[in-house]
Design a protein around this ligand. Sequence first.
Ligand code: URA
Length: 248
Amino acid sequence: MMQLQDILFSQGFGTRRVCSGLVQQGRVSVGSDVTPCLDPAEVLNEEGLVFTVQGVRWEYHARAYLMLHKPAGFECSHKPGAHPSVYTLLPGPLRERGGSAAAGVQAVGRLDHDTTGLLLLSDDGKFIHRMTSPRHHVPKVYEVGVKHPLSHSQLDRLLAGVVLDDDPKPVRAHACEAAGDLHLRLTLTEGKYHQVKRMVAAVGNRVESLHRSAMGGLVLGPELPPGQWRWLTQAEVLGLTQKTATTV
Ligand code: URA
């Protein structure tokens, strides 16, 4: 049970003072009520709570787990250089929740500015660590457009392992298939810098387009167009953390 002003504060709607003000000014309603709740200290059960702030519907989430369909031309950085940040695609409260210096949700790993597809974001540090740690082998599926027609030898070498310039230990594809002459489907379990582009270059081809279609059993479907995000369901979060070793 929590006071309404604390619920708003925890979800990223500003300082406690700002949250209390929003309630007193009649900007917040709770559940299916159309009339605003005017008492910032009203005690409510936050689990499963739905509320409306300035006309926008919000669900209470103790921790945030989201998926975003990253469009091309966005950087996975809070301080981007040449392109806007993926964080600008999220509503303000998701960027503010937590209220500390490292506020808001963080991307689970990074995609290059020209890569599209599935990006997870969370404010749960343990979840981010688990999903990004190479020890947990979370499979990530990439749809790769390549410049030259794929050969058996290229696929074999990707599966056998290639040496990249920053580490003598070879990195191998967890799975790899030609989905078309110029379409490679590659599954990796690590997340090294520019890994797909460097692996494809190492076998004598070149990445022309790159899209991440799945992570640990979570598939990016057509219901989430580029630039859109949604909450993960509890089952999806459990699936990602409990069965991260399973293949997709
Ligand atoms: N590998 C890359 O080269 N780029 C990405 O964005 C992701 C994986």
